[in-house]
Design a protein. Structure first.
Length: 517
């Protein structure tokens, strides 16, 4: 046996490197519908259609719970609709809750929130606002706020009239609505925020209400936060260039507003994601996190890939959500010339790494009681999917496999890097003799040995089946260049119904090949 023959662990560093070249990378070269857990790749979960036939693409979703059911509200350019599901994803039909005075506009983005009304209706109320800012995040058109019963879905929402002695609704605003019980907020142009009478979310007129201009730019997003004993309720407002923190102080001031930073940016009004009390969002040129202070979120794997391929003209369609079961934050965005979201870039908080996948979804929501991420499709079926369900795509009784793969970092005797430590400077080819797969596996996999002569050369591939229980794959000389390559990687693909995998300690037996040719 050759002295250079050795076993190489096929596990690369967790994450997929898109920026720079793959030859410089210690991370996986490529992956699709694949995530990382315990530092190893595994197939993402499947999804099944919950219902279809909504009036249009969702431009905002909100989910609330009630006695074993999940109430889903979704707003499109023409309607506000709702449906109910049980904890397994089985549900009823679509209910139209569109306000009577509502006019269709293809530029609408919806903001929704829920707050209990103890002094008026004694029920949980849904508050919804559709602003025509889809084409421009800084659009200043002020719009009406609507409200209705959050749990009884049979009636349309009602417009809240402007404040007066007998009509006590909020001022019309261009930003959105936020619930921080016992106060309801609206926000918009010139840093304007307005809060309701405490405990009375439909009353913005009587004693206890108030307003302020907390910055000079439009407020585009708001979020409730955890406050201290004397500072609750509290929250955050994002303007076009600032992050503002507010907290309850009582007395005549009622709230205190502090500018955390006036040197930030924000991609869209749907891109802020809270994860374990920390807030994450993409700006116009980098990612941010907030945990008491604003800090850039490091991303050396796919930051350039995201910003250079994002269709910036469609930036308001970028949206984010979390998948806590796998410690992930997803941001969906339109790739290239696409006008709807086609791809997602993913930050794994626990693994502190980044990867991505192709998936066309225009809105979504994580619900801790439901237990499954719920997302709205971008196709003309106008349907809602229950994600992380099984491993396949399920539409009624039709089951389709979801292709999933990962490709390791490169192996070579030529240069230092992953899986070749100490083998620097030998101008020799590398020959893969055998692969010993170690997977938690359901269904057959396909293994591709991918090679090329130089960094800029085209690649060639030898493919091998990997049925369940495969002990070893003898690559032998193969069909390409006598089974040897100057630069080589290994790709595994699952593309069968019920197919699933988790990578373990898969090994490749490699040896020195010929000299440079």
């Amino acid at each position: 046996m050759s002295e250079m023959r050795k076993l190489v662990n096929l596990a690369s560093k967790p994450g997929v490197k898109r920026d720079g070249t793959d030859l410089e990378s210690d991370f996986y070269n490529d992956a699709q519908h694949c995530r990382f857990q315990r530092g190893r790749p595994r197939k993402m979960g499947g999804y099944r259609q919950m219902t279809s036939g909504f009036a249009g693409l969702s431009r905002g979703m909100f989910i609330s719970n009630q006695t074993g059911t999940v109430n889903v509200h979704t707003g499109s350019s023409s309607k506000l609709e709702a449906c109910q599901f049980d904890s397994t994803g089985v549900g009823a039909g679509i209910i139209d809750r569109t306000p009577t005075s509502f006019a269709t506009n293809t530029s609408y983005i919806w903001t929704m929130d829920v707050m209990y009304d103890p002094t008026g209706t004694s029920t949980a109320l849904l508050f919804a606002m559709a602003a025509p800012s889809l084409a421009s995040i800084d659009d200043e058109t002020n719009v009406q706020l609507y409200y209705g019963n959050a749990n009884s879905l049979s009636s349309a929402l009602t417009a809240m009239p402007a404040p007066g002695s007998s009509t006590k609704g909020p001022a019309q605003v261009s930003g959105g609505v936020l619930s921080t019980p016992p106060y309801l907020w609206v926000y918009g142009n010139n840093g304007y925020v307005q809060w309701s009478v405490p405990g009375s979310p439909t009353n913005f007129y009587d004693s206890g209400t108030g307003s302020a201009n907390v910055t000079n730019q439009k407020i585009v997003c708001g979020a409730a936060t955890r406050g201290g004993p004397s500072q609750s309720p509290s929250g955050l407002f994002w303007s076009l260039d600032s992050l503002i923190r507010f907290g309850y102080v009582g007395s005549t001031a009622v709230f205190r507003f502090d500018t955390i930073s006036n040197q930030i940016s924000i991609m869209s009004n749907k891109c802020v994601v809270e994860y374990d009390g920390i807030y994450y969002w993409p700006g116009t040129d980098r990612f941010y996190g907030y945990n008491g202070v604003v800090t850039p979120l490091p991303n050396n794997l796919n930051r350039n890939y995201f910003y250079e391929n994002l269709n910036l003209a469609q930036r308001q369609k970028v949206w984010g959500m979390k998948v806590p079961a796998f410690n992930e934050i997803w941001w969906f965005y339109p790739f290239g010339t696409a006008t709807e979201c086609t791809n997602a870039v993913i930050y794994n908080v626990a693994e502190n790494t980044w990867y991505d996948t192709a998936l066309a979804r225009c809105a979504g929501f994580y619900n801790p009681i439901f237990g499954f991420p719920t997302m709205f499709d971008t196709d003309s079926s106008y349907r809602i999917w229950q994600h992380e369900y099984g491993v396949d795509q399920i539409v009624n009784n039709t089951i389709q496999a979801i292709p999933s793969w990962f490709e390791t970092a490169n192996m070579s005797f030529v240069d230092e890097g992953p899986m070749r430590e100490g083998w620097v400077g030998g101008d020799k080819w590398i020959r893969c003799i055998r692969v010993e797969p170690d997977f938690v596996q359901t269904g057959a996999l396909t293994m591709d040995v991918i090679g090329r002569k130089y960094a800029q050369s085209s690649s060639w591939t030898d493919s091998f089946p990997v049925p369940e229980g495969t002990e070893k794959i003898d690559v032998g000389k193969g069909s390409s260049q006598s089974g040897q390559h100057r630069i080589m990687s290994i790709k595994f693909t699952s593309n069968v119904i019920d197919g699933d995998y988790q990578l373990g300690e898969s090994l490749a037996l490699v040896d020195v090949g010929d000299g440079r040719q």
